[in-house]
Design a protein around this ligand. Sequence first.
Ligand code: ZN
Length: 436
Amino acid sequence: MGRLAPLLLALFLNHAHHCAFAYTPLSDNSLRHLVASSSPSSSDLGTTDPDLDPAHGALLGPILQPRVPGTPGHAAVQEHFAAFARHHLEPAGWTVEWHNTTAVTPALIDEGGRERVVPFRNLILRRDPPWVTSASSFSSSSSSEKEEGGETGKKRRRGQGDVARLTLAAHYDSLYRPEGFIGAVDSAVPCALLLFVARAIDGALTRRWEAEEKAAGKEDEEMLLLEDEEEPAKGVQILLLDGEEAWVEWSERDSLYGSRALAEAWEDTQYEAGSSFSTPLEAISLFVLLDLLGAPEPNIPSYFPKTHWAYEKLAKLEERLRKLDLLETKPRKPFLAERGQEARRFRGFVQDDHVPFMRRGVNILHIIPTPFPPVWHTMEDDGAHLDAPTIRDWAKIMTAFVAEWMDLEGYLPDVVARSERNVEDTGKGHAEKEEL
Ligand SMILES: [Zn+2]
């Protein structure tokens, strides 16, 4: 992550532009159930979630190694992500896509002054509603149907350009120097959190979409058609970005290798004519970037007036989770302490992977503490300096945020069943049962 930069972009980003689509708050019960399901091995809410444990966690542990682009550690972490996607996401209908690029970096390869050319790979994990995915597979035939005069009135088939995607991002590369640098908060923990969130919401997302398909009736293909005035469907995607770090010194050219290439590629990719969005970039409803998380007592400012409403949603969830006693940490002030406050108009922002997207007009929510954790860019940024309760609390807050965004209220029943079973197993009775 780069240094604090004076904010110039705010000048033109400042026209308040609120997101209009439906957003149903999660009930207290759903919050309880989400938290219970986030801590499968523990009946007392989240004290020993195994996956996010810094020492042995199945999600986090394998990321905690040097992962400089082009090195074996970097490849091992890519394989960790790919294996996670194969086991947990692809069976449920997520797509997995690598976006490859190469760039010249100012790091010298030898005494002769040759600069290092490095391959960078961004990983894109995406889940669109199932009817959209199937529609895209026969989008070519839809044009011939039109030629044959198949008049569909004001409706047309939904395609990939008709999905507004909540976009969750973090970078997985680690700093080139000092040698052996781990980058636990920067950004192994954010990556693990995103994988965690994807898996945590996936079952409810499936149920929600199945219920919608059932309600619409699959026979008449209602779900495949989009009416002219209809809102685009909501999807979710996770970007594990490469090459965020500078190799020698942070500059426009030496930083953000992966995100710059991806933003450019997505700006140049056109969806079918007539789609709700013209490019994948435009289809991003909100770009939520996580960085430098995992240290205790984080202070996350609201950086952008344009998305302060989304910050408020997240802060409200933190407050509700704390009131329900569902978080472990007891910080002096909330992680997201600027709730209810006017977003400051000309606050500086932190140079990070959102910049290439922000410059192209994408809405940004940047979840990064100010000040940075003291271990930032030092050899102390390792697993031993992480605060496990803070990480688990972030997992709960972010899972709740995504569940709310994706309108999952009412679709968390298997979580209820599971937590009930846990309660019975530990002989504590049927406390949850009446809540059904
Ligand atoms: Zn960094």
